[in-house]
Design a protein around this ligand. Sequence first.
Ligand code: HEM
Length: 284
Amino acid sequence: MTNELLDDIDGTGVDLVESLAYPLPVIVIAEMLGVPASDRGLFRKWADDLLTSQNMDFNDPKFVEEAKEKVRDLDAYLLEHIVARRKQGRDDLLSKLVEAEIDGEGLDDGEITNFSRLLLVAGHITTTMLLGNAMLCFHDNPEAAADVRANPTLLPSAVEEILRVRSPFLFSARITAVDTELAGTPIPANKMVAPWLLSANHDERQFPDPERFDPHRDPNRQSGFGHGIHFCLGAPLARLEARVALAALLNRFSDIEIADPAAVVYRESPGMYGVKVLPLEVRR
Ligand code: HEM
């Protein structure tokens, strides 16, 4: 699939997001779930609407109301597919979710809608950002990029370093279960807090010379996929997609440059870090 997408690109002004970083992960997750990948224009609009909320006050009831409103159409779309799978299963994840049972208890439509929405949204935007961020890291660090190109076995650790230096998800969110204290700051129970993954990833107590992009970094306990019981379910898929896509890009093009750094457009979603438009100059 990556090779097919790359077949269409050559020359100057190629937008990496449009031609590879967006379609690749969205086609993969849509096919896994069992919704038509050709509807990806719709997924993009819904995901963008959902992720561009300017109100990030989790403790504000309006935040929840707004979020519910924003997922209405996406949820209705998913529910249609779920209802169809209840009538007739296929070989896809939606059918498996419909059939799944533990001790005779299955998931209801609302639960499957919630989970498949999370998979569909989390399953593509993030990897899109990771691929764009990879190009930014390589652009800023040409020597390290040349090193990776010369030693493709470095790709897996380069991907970890990209996730550390330019983490697609800047922070996560938790509710305190009890009164607690963090680095001398008291936090009452039942408050929403936002632990910064990017900050953890640049903590000099954990990463010597944290601003340096080093694809050899070992150990690299980066927190780009979160931490603890909610650690990213899609991490192995995201890592695989990044390795496949970056290997194919490096293989196919002897030269990859950001055509015009001023033309790069960044995503304006609070808490997310990545590009929306990334014009490249590539040479086969
Ligand atoms: C580079 C790509 C990705 C990044 C940086 C990323 C990042 C994250 C982070 C930081 C969390 C934890 C959120 C929290 O602690 O509150 C998370 C959770 C999650 N991610 Fe990813 N993700 C990526 C790709 C994916 C993919 C491809 C999928 C699906 C196929 C996916 C599905 C999920 C799910 C379902 C959760 C929730 C897990 C749970 O709550 O137990 N992610 N991701």
